[in-house]
Design a protein around this ligand. Structure first.
Ligand code: TTP
Ligand code: MG
Length: 356
């Protein structure tokens, strides 16, 4: 079968530093080399693991785990407090290297970025650029990264993770279907735990589970998400490398196939959209302070209601609760609704904020 036409148009690279915070700490303090270390808060101060060295990961320690739990799993683990200035400096260095090849760079976090190298400053093949980037990153920072080269962002990201650490994985257009066939849907950027559960309820665990259904059949189960699901399950992702990455807000919306009047039904929909927004915030290491609910009534009249909170958040409970409280400031339940949206603004980078 010929590859989907969108897979023939672009060449995307995804770069992700290996065990980033831990690697910087080990580089700057060689006595930590080869040892299980955790960068994060202290176990006594209810800290969480930002990242664990590969040696520590062997004990089952991972990001976001409580440090007290990490210590139980590996009593000899060394806790190192984070030094964001050092991470920021490396981040600037690697972004400078990326921009030697293209201005289409979308940093996702300090240690991760997408590059669109379809057209690039040196007219090089994407694979050659990937190799050069790995070499230059190491020469400049003495740190390793893993790189994925693919026809789109979704595949490039999964590819960069496929051969960690210090790996390079190339997925050509005609290899995409095979590459995703047995891939758990959970591995796809944008599929967080909430979406994963919804998919599992329909019996979908890996990409090829979705292939058996037509778009019409998927629409019955997943409504407006059907097209997205049809595409990602086949490795199709046309989202551009977005250089306006310093975003002011992040939101999702859902247009219903039929207008909805029932308040409880709408609240359920709002909760699903809020959960999607939080998944993306977490993926981008962002938290926000203002939650906005958007409602478009059946006659296309549109309103927004917003509320700000004291502390930034990306927790589903917070965003969902506030969005649902905002329902009381709308005519939901009285007028038919064709679209709802939830967004979070006043954003800050989570990792920086939580330690400053
Ligand atoms: P990741 O790229 O997810 O992880 P990593 O670079 O530590 O390891 P890997 O080799 O698997 O890519 O995250 C980059 C950095 O972001 C990480 O070093 C620390 C920080 N971070 C947090 O602070 N909290 C988190 O929950 C995660 C996932 C990462
Ligand atoms: Mg990383």
């Amino acid at each position: 079968m010929d590859p989907h036409p969108s897979l023939l148009k672009r060449k995307i690279i995804h770069v992700d530093m290996d065990a980033f915070f831990a690697a910087v700490e080990t580089r700057d303090n060689p006595s930590l080399k080869g040892k299980p270390i955790v960068v994060g808060g202290l176990p006594t101060a209810r800290g969480v693991v930002s990242t664990a060295s590969y040696e520590a990961r062997k004990f089952g320690i991972h990001s976001a785990m409580a440090c007290s739990q990490a210590q139980k799993l590996c009593p000899s683990v060394i806790f190192v407090p984070p030094r964001f200035d050092a991470y920021q400096e490396v981040s600037n260095q690697i972004r400078t290297i990326f921009r030697e090849y293209t201005d289409l760079v979308e940093p996702m976090s300090l240690d991760e970025a997408y590059l669109d190298v379809t057209q690039n400053k040196h007219d090089l093949y994407a694979v050659k650029i990937a190799q050069e980037i790995k070499r230059k990153v190491f020469e400049t920072t003495t740190l390793t990264c893993s790189v994925g080269v693919a026809p789109n962002k979704m595949i490039a990201k999964i590819a960069s993770d496929a051969n960690k650490p210090n790996g390079i994985t190339v997925v050509l257009p005609d290899q995409v279907l095979k590459f995703v066939e047995h891939l758990p849907l959970r591995k796809i950027s944008g599929v967080g735990p909430v979406t994963e559960r919804r998919l599992a309820q329909a019996g979908f665990k890996v990409c090829s589970d979705v292939w058996k259904y037509s778009l019409d059949e998927l629409e019955e189960k997943f409504e407006t998400s059907a097209n997205w699901l049809w595409e990602i399950s086949r490795g199709i992702d046309e989202s551009p490398v977005d250089i306006s990455y310093e975003r002011k807000s992040l939101g999702h919306e859902q247009t219903f196939p039929q207008d909805i009047l029932d308040k409880n039904e709408l609240i359920k929909r709002i909760e699903v959209v809020a959960a999607e927004v939080c998944e993306e915030l977490k993926e981008r290491n962002l938290q926000g302070r203002t939650i906005t609910l958007k409602v478009k009534y059946a006659n296309f009249e549109q309103i927004t209601r917003a509320q700000s909170i004291k502390d930034v958040t990306n927790k589903v409970e917070d965003v969902s609760n506030i969005a649902c409280q905002l329902v009381e400031k709308t005519e939901i339940g009285k007028r038919k609704v064709r679209l709802i949206g939830v967004s979070v603004s006043n954003l800050v980078g989570e990792t920086l904020e939580s330690y400053n």
